[in-house]
Design a binder for this molecule. Structure first.
Ligand code: FNR
Length: 366
């Protein structure tokens, strides 16, 4: 247990160290909009709220799952929850497995509900847990949804990690069937491929967060924690959020009729989101909302909950301004913007047979 507690603190410390390293080029920089100078609208007409199946969120971005279970991380959850309550931001916590075994550790998670009794809160567990664990995690937080992370790259690089992934898919299926609230399946920064998203749809998953590469790098975090078991040979493994969105099967990006009538599968994106322009780019590629972990973590570490409230307000204003510039009143309007995919992202798209010319002419069909 001691090692699990210190792991949580290590993750925060090492993720934060990555945040302070300064800018680096990511796939977000490889995506551009064709500029149409007379197609803009008025920011006052912009509605930032997004509909995700049965949920309506006030903003198209949210606090992604990070932490909890130690004294330091309980304070971080408290600060994040205060800011989420103040701004209406949906929020997830980090993996709750420790909370299911240790009442003291559980307080570092339940603080989120105490600070934000009416907000949208997501619990979090890893693949490989039981359906009963999932029910207990939801209960503990009175959670509106449960994030289930699938993190095989991280587990591979983590000395205490599991290396047997053979039962994850069937385990997920059990949880999805038994969970009293919707399950959001997510990666932790290596992306969900087209095939993975198809498998998730097959087992009835309705919400997925591709959580791609380019932001917080858990391969590096685990290598830094245990240099003796170095997996840095895998550096660069996985796909970025934008690559995953472009590659996603159409059942995740277009309206489809399912057994229970007309409903949408909801594709979320995260991984390396630094600013509102990154948010808008992910929305334009089909994400219905965008998760932010490392950037918001660093803000509460440096400036506390008030600092995050201020940042969220700035992001809201700037996101509206960007919508207006691109002629979008609602986030779904952004899927008719013309996209140029350059560099690494463009190469990925070509290698996967994605029609990049069609992407750059989406407004023609209007
Ligand atoms: C994470 N992330 C994460 N995800 C998850 O599902 N369960 C978890 O327990 C954690 N723990 C965690 C700790 C810390 C300190 C960070 C920064 C992140 C992963 C997170 O939700 C996200 O998928 C990735 O961090 C990529 O997003 P960013 O950080 O690039 O915005």
């Amino acid at each position: 247990k001691a090692s699990r507690a210190s792991r949580k603190d290590d993750h925060v410390r090492l993720a934060s160290a990555q945040q302070t390293e300064g800018p680096r080029r990511t796939d977000f920089d490889d995506l551009e909009f064709v500029h149409h100078a007379l197609s803009g609208t008025n920011p006052e007409l912009v509605d930032l709220s997004v509909e995700l199946g049965e949920w309506t969120w006030p903003t198209p971005f949210y606090v992604n799952g990070m932490t909890g279970g130690t004294e330091t991380t309980a304070k971080i959850n408290r600060d994040l929850a205060i800011a989420a309550a103040e701004t209406g931001l949906p929020m997830a916590c980090g993996s709750m497995s420790v909370a299911l075994e240790d009442a003291e550790a559980a307080k570092g998670f339940t603080v989120i509900r105490e600070e934000n009794p009416d907000g949208f809160v997501m619990g979090n567990l890893g693949a490989g847990r039981s359906a009963d664990d999932a029910r207990r995690a939801v209960e503990l937080l009175n959670a509106d949804a449960l994030q289930l992370h699938i993190n095989p790259v991280q587990e591979t690089a983590m000395p205490e990690g599991t290396r047997d992934f053979s039962t994850w898919l069937s385990g997920l299926e059990d949880i999805v069937a038994a969970c009293p609230v919707p399950v959001v399946v997510k990666e932790v920064g290596f992306g969900l491929s087209r095939r993975t998203l198809q498998l998730l749809a097959d087992i009835g998953v309705q919400y997925a967060d591709v959580s791609g590469a380019g932001g917080t790098d858990f391969l590096r975090i685990e290598n830094d924690r245990s240099p003796a078991e170095d997996f840095s040979m895998l550096t660069g493994f996985g796909q970025s959020a934008l690559a995953c969105l472009l590659d996603a099967p159409s059942e995740w990006t277009t309206e489809t009729t399912m057994d229970d009538g007309v409903s949408n599968r909801v594709l979320l994106a995260s991984g390396g989101v630094r600013n509102p322009y990154d948010v808008v780019k992910a929305l334009a590629c089909g994400a219905r909302a965008v998760g932010v972990a490392g950037t918001f973590l660093q803000t509460v570490l440096d400036h506390g909950p008030g600092g995050l409230v201020e940042l969220v307000r700035t992001w809201q204003t700037q996101t509206s301004a960007l919508f207006a510039l691109l002629g979008a009143q609602r986030s779904t309007d952004l899927t008719a913007t013309d996209l140029l995919t350059r560099g690494r992202l463009g190469e990925f798209a070509r290698l996967r047979g994605i029609d990049v010319t069609a992407l750059s002419h989406r407004s023609d069909v209007l």
